[in-house]
Write a protein that binds this ligand. Sequence first.
Ligand code: XMP
Length: 514
Amino acid sequence: MSTVVILDFGAQYSQLIARRVREARVYSELLPFDAPWEEIAKRQPAAIILSGGPESTLAVDALECDPRVYTAGIPLLGICYGMQLIAKHLGGSLVPLEHSEFGPARLTLEYADAPLFLGVPRESRVWMSHGDSVTIVPPGFRALAHTARCAVAAIGDDARRTYGVQFHPEVVHTEAGSAILENFLHTLAGIAPTWRMDSWVDSAIATIREQVGDANVLCALSGGVDSAVAATLVSRAIGKQLTCIYVDTGLMRKDESAGVVAAFRNVLHLNVIHVDASARFLARLAGIEDPEEKRIRIGHEFISVFEEEAKKIAGVRFLVQGTLYPDVIESKTPGSKAGHKIKSHHNVGGLPEHMELGLVEPLRALFKDEVREVGRVLGLPSAVVERQPFPGPGLAVRIIGEVTPERLALVRAADAIVTAEIDAAAAELSPRPWQYFAVLTPVKSVGVMGDGRTYGNLVGVRAITSEDGMTADWARLPHDLLARISTRIVNEVPGINRVAYDITSKPPATVEWE
Ligand code: XMP
C-alpha cells in the first residue's frame, strides 16, 4: 500500500489535505512537522506533502522539517508555507508582502503543458492565505503560475519531482484543487489510485494480530459507532481472544441497551458481557445537580464497574479504544516544539490507567465518515453505522438538575417522541439534521389541560445541522413537524406541559445543554 506522508506545520487545513489525498484513493498519514526522518522513512512514503502553517518561513524560529525531506528523491509538494520552505531550502528567495493576501484570487498558468496543471484551465479561481511571497525560484525550478498580487504562485522542477503551490488546493474554493492534487499524486509521483477501505481493513486486521499475539483483549462497548467498529475489527483479527464489556449505565435512550447488545451478539457475533449497573449509577447521582460533578461521578463509576468485570477475565494485556484521528491533536503552539497532546477523550470508556494495559487503537488514522465506511465493509447494521453521536454520560447531560428515575423516565419518553417524529419526516428534511433530542429542564410553569390547571415541566427540543459537532446550526424544522412533536410530548408524557425549541447555534451555545 503506497502511503503519502503529510507533514503538518499547523495550518487549519492540514486535515483537509489528508482527506483530499484519500479521496484521490491514495492512503495518507499526517505527521507532525518535526517528525524525525526515521519516522517518515519507516512509512516508505511514495510522496511527501508539506502543509501550510500560520508562521512565516522568514522568522528566526521558523518551523522546520528534517532537511532530508528536500533531498531524499521522494516526490514532494509544498502547499503555502510548504512551498516557501522548499524555495528557502533549495536556493530561492522570499520577501514579506506589504499586504498579506487572503481569500479568492485568479490563478493564471504560465505554461499550458506543465504536468502539475494538466487539465486545469489557463485561468481559474484559487484560495490564497499568505504573508510572504517567493520572488526568485530555486535553480532548476520554473515559475508555473501567478495571480494579480503574487508573481510566483506555483513552482516546479520536473526532474526532481518537487513542486510548490502558494494557494490551497485542498479547499473547495480552489476550483482545480482536486485536479492539481491528483496530477501530483497519480501522474508525477506515479501512485495508482488503488487505495480502498477493504484493503485498509485487511491490513488493519494483520496489524492487530501482530500487535496482540496470543494475549486476551478487552473492549468497552458504548453503543456508539467508533467502539462498535473497533471491536468488530479486533474480533475479526483475534476472534474469541476479545471480550467486550457493555456497561449499562441506565442512562441510555429508550430500548437502546437491549438493541445494542442484541446487535453485538447476534449480528456481529461479539463475545459481550452485559452488566446492568443502572442502580449503582443512580445511587451515585442522587442529589447531584452540578453537570461537571455528574460527569465525574459517572466516569468513576464506569471505571469501577469495568475493572470489576475485567478482573474476572484471565490473561488480559490489551484494551481496545475507538480513538479517531480528530481525537489525536497535535500541540501547535507557534514556535514551540512541544510534543503531542492527546485531547482528553470525553467518553466514559476512558482507560483506567493503573490497569497498565497496552492500547489497541485501530481507528487512529481515520475520520468519522471513514469509520462508518469501515463499518459498512465489515457488515455492521445501519442502525449502528448511522447512529447519532450520543454523549458518554448519556441522558444525565440531558437532564438539567438531579437525575432521578422519574426524571429519567420523563426525558426518555420525550426523547423517543422527538426521535420518532424526526426520523419519520427525514426524507423531506434537507439538510438532514445531524443530531436531535429532548432535554428535561427544572423549569416549571402553569398550564391548562381539560378543565384543570397544571404545573408541569418544560422540555427543550434540540435539532442541529452540523458536519462534526464542532460547529452547529439549529435545524430549520418545518412548523408542522415541530407542532406534532410538541402536541405528542404534552399529551403523552404526563408531567410535561410545555415544549420549547432551541434556536441557538454553536457557538455561542453548545450542542448539549448539560
Ligand atoms: P457539545 O455539547 O460539546 O457537544 O457542543 C459536541 C458533540 O459531542 C457530543 N458529546 C459527547 N460525546 N462523550 C461523547 O462521546 C461526551 O462526554 C460528550 N459530550 C458531548 C455531543 O452530543 C455533540 O454531538
